[in-house]
Design a protein around this ligand. Structure first.
Ligand SMILES: Nc1ncnc2c1ncn2[C@@H]1O[C@H](COP(=O)(O)OP(=O)(O)OP(=O)(O)O)[C@@H](O)[C@H]1O
Ligand SMILES: [Mg+2]
Length: 321
C-alpha cells in the first residue's frame, strides 16, 4: 500500500513516521481523473477520522497531506518491530506473550469502538511492538480505504484476506465485531504460526475459505487459545466486545482464569501489564457506535459441561464453569 519513512517535523522538531500511499494510476480519461480525485478524497477523509483518535495503544495520526498528487500520512513514530516482522524472525510466540500483545491491541480497539471508529485492517503488519513491550495499533481505517480503491479500479484484491472476518469476506460492511475477529486471527497466527484459514497464494481461493468461517482447529490449547477462539466465533454476535476481549486476554496473560477467578499473577512483558482501563478518547464520534447484541455472560445455572463463557456453546477444549 505504501512505504513508511522515518522523518523529522522541522516545525515542531520531532521525529515522525511518514507513510506514502501508493494508489493505482488512473487511466488518462475524464472518468479516470474523477476516480483518482474521489479516491484521494476518501483517503483524506479516512485519515482525518484516524487523526481524531488519541490512545496509549494507537499510533496517533498527526496529519494527512497531498503532496505531488499523492496522499501522505504523518504519524507518531514508534521505534518498534511489527508483529509480522517478529513472527518472521522468531516464529510462533508463547501464548501468554501473545495474550499480552492482544490485550493492548484490544484496549486500543475498545477506545476506537466507543468513538464509533472501526479499524478495518487489524493484522500482524499493523501491530507495532516496542522494545519495552509497549504495543500500538497503526493504519486506522486508511489501509482498507486504499485497498477498496485498488479493488474498484483494478478488480484485484490488494493484500491478503487472511485476517478478514467471514462476514466481511462475504461482502458485509466492516464493524466493531469484524475488528474483534481480525484481532483473533492475528493472535491465532502468532500462537499457531499460520492464520486461522491457512495461507493460499490465490487470494480468491483464500477469500472463499474465510467466507465459510471454518477455522483450522488449533494445535495449541489452553486458556489463551480458548479466548482467541472466542474472538474467532463465526457469528459476530457470539464474539466478545473489544472490552471483553481485553479483559479476558489480560487475565490469560497474567495467569488468571479468563472466566474471572484469580490464581497466579505473573505478568508477561510486564512493563505495562496493568494499564488503567481505557478512558474515552479525545475524539468526536463521526458516527454512532455500531449496535452490539448483548454479549454472552456466564450462566448462573450452567451445568458442568458448559463452557466458562456461556451456556450456549460447549466445546471439548473449554474448561467447565
Ligand atoms: N508509526 C510507525 N512507527 C514506526 N514504524 C512504523 C510505523 N508505521 C509503520 N512502521 C513500520 O513500517 C513497516 C511497514 O508498514 P506498512 O504499514 O507499510 O506495512 P504493512 O502494514 O505490512 O502493510 P500495509 O501496506 O498493508 O499496511 C511496518 O512493518 C513497521 O515496522
Ligand atoms: Mg500497515
Amino acid at each position: 500500500m505504501g512505504a513508511v519513512w522515518r522523518a523529522t517535523d522541522e516545525l515542531l522538531n520531532r521525529t515522525v513516521a511518514v507513510k506514502e500511499l501508493l494508489i493505482a494510476a488512473a487511466p488518462p480519461t475524464a472518468a479516470g481523473v474523477d476516480a483518482l480525485e474521489e479516491s484521494r478524497q476518501r483517503i483524506l477523509r479516512e485519515g482525518r477520522i484516524g487523526a481524531r483518535l488519541q490512545h496509549a495503544h494507537v499510533i496517533s495520526m498527526f496529519d494527512v497531506v497531498v503532496y505531488e498528487d499523492r496522499p501522505w500520512l504523518v504519524m507518531e513514530y514508534l521505534p518498534s518491530r511489527s508483529l509480522a516482522q517478529l513472527l518472521g524472525e522468531k516464529g510462533p510466540l508463547p501464548q501468554r506473550e501473545v495474550a499480552d500483545i492482544g490485550r493492548q491491541v484490544a484496549d486500543g480497539l475498545a477506545a476506537a469502538h466507543v468513538a464509533g471508529v472501526v479499524h478495518r485492517d487489524v493484522k500482524p503488519g499493523n501491530v507495532l511492538i516496542a522494545e519495552d513491550g509497549l504495543v500500538k495499533l497503526t493504519d486506522f481505517g486508511v489501509s482498507r480505504a486504499v485497498d477498496d480503491v485498488q479493488l474498484t479500479r483494478t478488480g484485484l484484491i490488494a493484500g491478503t484476506p487472511a485476517f478478514l472476518s467471514p462476514e466481511v469476506a462475504r461482502g458485509e460492511d466492516p464493524a466493531a465485531a469484524s475488528d474483534v475477529f481480525a484481532l483473533g486471527a492475528t493472535l491465532y497466527a502468532a500462537v499457531e504460526g499460520v492464520p486461522p484459514f491457512g495461507l493460499d497464494d490465490n487470494a480468491y481461493a483464500l477469500l472463499h475459505k474465510v467466507a465459510t468461517g471454518e477455522v483450522r482447529p488449533p494445535e495449541q490449547t489452553g486458556p489463551v487459545m480458548d479466548v482467541i477462539m472466542w474472538l474467532l466465533a463465526r457469528d459476530p454476535e457470539d464474539r466478545p466486545s473489544a472490552t471483553q476481549a481485553r479483559d479476558a486476554l489480560a487475565a490469560a496473560a497474567s495467569g488468571r482464569d479468563p472466566g474471572g477467578s484469580a490464581t497466579a499473577a505473573t505478568a508477561v512483558l510486564g512493563a505495562r501489564a496493568t494499564d488503567p482501563p481505557p478512558t474515552r478518547p479525545t475524539v468526536r464520534p463521526v458516527a454512532a457506535p455500531p449496535p452490539r447484541a448483548a454479549a454472552p455472560t456466564p450462566s448462573a445455572t450452567c451445568c458442568s459441561s458448559c463452557c466458562w463463557r456461556c451456556s450456549r456453546r460447549v466445546r471439548a477444549s473449554s474448561r467447565p464453569c
